[in-house]
Design a binder for this molecule. Structure first.
Ligand code: 13P
Ligand code: SF4
Length: 347
């Protein structure tokens, strides 16, 4: 390993992270990061890092960082041979769907997602039989076989725009119950759940309706209005940002809701001093490193165990051992790609 380049990387990371991490930890991480950067060049790889990655990873090895939508676009544009996806499985699968000729690596086989787990391709087929002709929108937080049964995908960054892009006023929107409710509110639609009674749904009429599913993000479902009220009482000037996977009453009680990148941009451009993010808590560290003049309050008992699987150590193993290779059967990939491409065509 070239000691000058490790030293340079350490200095760069120290400048960014020195206010939020001890220097000895940064030095250890810089050693690993430097090995990753060398392997990345040798293997002609690109590294994509989701906004939830730990600060030492986020600020060292990725060529691009961003939310699900931004990283899907980067995966579509790259000319490298290998895509290392520092995120969870559904994100890496989306990269493979878009770029089948590339080797796509996910640093941990355990990087799942409770939303992706909440629905199967058979569930979608049954819904299509129950509501023939109604277009199906699925959140990108789903596996490839579910996307393959879908007309168009969406992310938290474009969900309302995707719903509004469709002809007709009724859509099947899967699988996140809370994202669906938040989008229904934004687009002025009524929401029903096929698993619930007519009384619980308030109606079963298919007019200006979103037909939802009862999937939930195990992280964002934990945030409550009581937490918001308590934090506001203790810190009266705090600005609260929520991810749209949070329950609708939480989104309503927050000052802003948006994708992970939209939250980052909001804090960067806002003049307020103190913030609370209702999302995976590593992101507050990443924002704090970039905006040292701003204060981030955190509810860090709520973290995403799947995202936490992805570390610098796992990323080094991923590139050196070529693991874990993401494959999507071709007949599924071709169908899923149509839904992802259609989403990417929307601005
Ligand atoms: P974003 O698309 O907003 O980055 O969200 C991805 C995710 O999994 C949030 O939990
Ligand atoms: Fe899935 Fe929630 Fe984790 Fe995002 S935070 S990857 S939606 S479990």
């Amino acid at each position: 390993m070239n000691m000058d380049s490790v030293e340079l990387l350490y200095e760069k990371m120290l400048a960014k992270l020195g206010k939020i991490m001890p220097a000895v930890e940064i030095r250890a991480k810089a050693d690993i990061a430097q090995q990753i950067l060398q392997l990345k060049e040798k293997r002609n790889a690109v590294i994509l890092g989701h906004n939830y990655m730990e600060p030492a990873l986020y600020y060292s090895v990725p060529d691009f960082v961003g939310d699900s939508l931004e990283l899907s676009r980067k995966a579509a544009e790259t000319d490298r041979d290998i895509i290392v996806f520092c995120g969870v499985r559904f994100m890496a699968e989306t990269a493979k769907i878009i770029s089948p000729e590339k080797t796509v690596l996910l640093p941990s086989p355990k990087g799942g997602c409770s939303l992706a787990q909440s629905i199967t391709a058979d569930d979608v087929k049954k819904l299509k039989q129950q509501f023939p002709g109604v277009p199906v929108v699925t959140y990108v937080n789903t596996y490839a076989d579910v996307k393959a049964e879908t007309d168009i995908c969406c992310t938290s960054g474009n969900a309302a725009a995707v719903v509004e892009s469709l002809p007709g006023d009724t859509v099947i929107f899967l699988p996140d119950e809370y994202l669906a409710k938040n989008v229904a509110r934004e687009t002025g639609k009524h929401i029903i759940f096929p698993t619930r009674s007519k009384k619980e749904n308030n109606s079963t009429e298919l007019h200006n309706v979103m037909i939802g599913w009862e999937g939930r993000c195990e992280v964002h479902e934990q945030f409550t209005v009581e937490q918001i009220n308590s934090v506001r009482q203790q810190f009266p000037h705090v600005c609260i940002l929520a991810h749209p996977e949070c329950p609708p009453q939480v989104v309503e009680a927050a000052d802003f809701a948006g994708s992970t990148s939209a939250m980052i941009k909001f804090v960067k451009n806002s003049k307020q001093k103190q913030y609370l993010l209702l999302t995976e808590c590593s992101m507050a560290d990443n924002i704090m490193a970039e905006n040292p003049e701003k204060e981030m309050l955190r509810l860090c008992s709520v973290t995403c165990p799947h995202m936490k699987e992805i570390t610098l150590e796992q990323t080094l193993d991923s590139l050196s051992l070529n693991q874990y290779v993401i494959d999507v059967p071709e007949h599924i990939r071709i169908k899923a790609k149509k839904a992802v491409d259609r989403m990417l065509e929307i601005g």
